[in-house]
Write a new protein. Structure first.
Length: 212
């Protein structure tokens, strides 16, 4: 995890930190450039910490990061924080997903019903109304992580509602697939997503191996 400040961002930092700026990012606004730089800089540090010769993490056709051969990973950023996870990949279908989100206000969180989760899923959340925005943000983040982790198998975009929230405990959220997403990802497959609070933010993480 790294912290960055958009107010102190300069395009010159790409060269200073040894990170290549793709053309698509060159055309983006400063905020997007700063987020991309922070994420790729962190990915470079993670590669080095794992003893991997650092390579540029390019943007793939699906806009997903392109990781070194035999490795898979995930990057997320929110406001002033960027996080990255990377792990060995025994086959091309393995994936990991990590996500970090600021807590959404009650009105926006309520608007996610029917788009990110169903009324039935919301009813399975703990009943403490004081935390409802945090809990609904958690569901959104968890499904983002699931999407990233399963994308190497699915190879196309799938809907938030294709994955159903079942229950949660002190560390994990549990889900079930209700749509066939790939040969090994059929309705009834269950999986889990780790979650934690990072300051006032929500962080979630999962792996494709958690869905069997």
């Amino acid at each position: 995890m790294v912290q960055f400040d958009v107010q102190h961002y300069s395009p010159m930092l790409f060269a200073k930190l040894g990170i290549e700026m793709p053309e698509a990012i060159r055309r983006a606004v400063c905020k997007r450039q700063a987020e991309f730089l922070a994420g790729r800089y962190l990915a470079k540090k993670v590669q080095m910490s794992l003893g991997v010769m650092p390579i540029e993490i390019a943007i793939g056709d699906s806009r997903a990061p392109v990781w070194p051969s035999a490795w898979t990973g995930s990057i997320s950023h929110n406001d002033s924080l960027a996080i990255c996870a990377m792990t060995p990949q025994s086959n091309e279908h393995e994936g990991v997903g990590i996500d970090i989100e600021s807590v959404i206000d009650v009105e926006k969180a309520t608007e996610m019903e029917g788009v990110v989760f169903t009324e039935k899923e919301r009813g399975r959340l703990p009943s403490d109304a004081r935390d409802i925005s945090w809990l609904m943000t958690l569901l959104f983040s968890a499904k983002e992580s699931i999407f990233k982790a399963l994308y190497p198998q699915v190879q196309c975009y799938f809907d938030f509602l294709d994955v159903t929230f079942l229950r949660m405990d002190a560390q994990w959220l549990y889900f079930e697939l209700n749509t066939r997403l790939a040969d090994a990802l059929v309705p009834g497959i269950q999986g889990k997503v780790y979650y934690a609070k990072v300051g006032e933010k929500v962080m979630t993480f999962t792996r494709s191996e958690y869905f069997i």
